[in-house]
Design a protein. Structure first.
Length: 125
């Protein structure tokens, strides 16, 4: 996965320069999603916005399956002006809830995510 801070900056530029069809979350209507495919990999990008400014960013990139259940690499970033406010932890938790809802037909007994070299259990955090 590419550097999520760079991905966030690219997403911000695209948001400002062209029309992107963002969808409000099903569980959290202040969480906006965008789905695309790059080089055969499906990406789910979820953002918090103030106007057209991204204030928190998370992306899930499909990364194979385990026992038929989809696996995702996760990256997240917050612009410097919005850091140290709990926004990263909050958007990751909200995004995980949205993803669980989207993939509810799969068995999700637990979720562990590998990100930036750390294994984090966000659902119990």
């Amino acid at each position: 996965m590419t550097d999520p801070a760079q991905a966030m900056q690219s997403f911000q530029q695209l948001l400002l320069t062209r029309k992107m069809q963002l969808e409000p979350g099903r569980l959290d209507t202040n969480l906006y999603s965008y789905v695309d495919e790059v080089d055969g990999t499906t990406r789910f990008t979820l953002v918090r916005l103030e106007g057209k400014t991204v204030t928190a960013f998370v992306v899930f990139a499909q990364d194979g399956t385990i026992e038929g259940n989809p696996c995702f690499a996760i990256g997240y970033a917050v612009p410097e002006a919005y850091r140290n406010q709990g926004r990263a932890k909050e958007i990751v938790k909200a995004a995980l809830a949205e993803m669980q809802g989207a993939f509810r037909s799969f068995t999700l007994n637990f979720m562990w995510w590998q990100s930036l070299g750390l294994t984090i259990d966000f659902l119990s955090a």
